[in-house]
Design a protein around this ligand. Sequence first.
Ligand SMILES: [Mg+2]
Length: 342
Amino acid sequence: MRDRLPAIMELMARATNLAVEARRTLPAEAIVGKPDGSVVTAVDVALQVLILTQLAEWFGALPTIAEEDSASIGGKPAALAHCRVLLESWGVRVGGKSENGSTGIDEALHLGRIDGPTHDIDACWVLDPIDGTRGFIDGDHWCPCLALLSRGTPVCAVNGFPTILGGRVFTAEAGAGCWWMPLSGGEVSQAKVRTDTLPPDEVVRVVAPAPATPSQTEARLAVGRSTGHDCALVHSDSQAKYGHVIAGLADVAYSRRGNGPGKYVWDHAGAVLLAREAGAWVGDTDGGEIDCSRGRRLVANNAVICAARSLGPAIARELAERDRVEGVRVHHARCSKELSHG
Ligand SMILES: [Mg+2]
């Protein structure tokens, strides 16, 4: 896999650039509602087909957990037609309707598809072709995200971030640091998160999603202030929120589970490795690891916290206290790191 990483980086950079272009001429009928109430576009589906088809060509059809499936734009002929137009213009060949009624697009979307835990699987892709589809449509933050899990642990990640520092693709391999290059091509250089302690008179910058209600905004500010600093909110969404911490544009990003069913693994797996390899504090409210081995959802975690400037433990303690006060049922991941004070 190591020798293929530059090629995977090129693939994800190309995928991101193609999506940037496709966005400019995205017809309204290519944007549809999903059964779960979220929104998806023909570009999400086409991008997943492009990426999985290329990965299968290089590595065979490895086990895969990916966001889109045949239900995403199935039964929406206009969206499907636009997906075919995109794939053709990108030079991706998929078959027509086969005897059992499935299409080449369906088959490509389901390449290697698995459900269930991954802790016994040596190599498993986790793909979100567009994380933040709402942002993609609205001209806000979004990012194509690919991670490779080995026995449930992210060992390789490549994310395209078109909205960060003029557009960059980030990559990391376990133990080898986090690296980035401009989406337009050029030098690959190392991304490093600041780990020196934030001085008392400096403001902590916490990522906040939009739109947010006044009480959600106030809660973010209070979590930031719990570190002992004044707090400023930085807007981002999707895995781009972690990208902001890696890029030094924010100090803290987090995602709480609350009493929900657990966050989707494809919304976090890549960034967990990228941020940790860049030197960020990444963990749960009890300091535990983010357990990406449970299948489609992070059922073992209460939150994903990503922090620079030695702020991780303070944020974790504050979010743990909020879970307690709000009566959130608490889950425990396998191992914890020290939540030292200071
Ligand atoms: Mg998505």
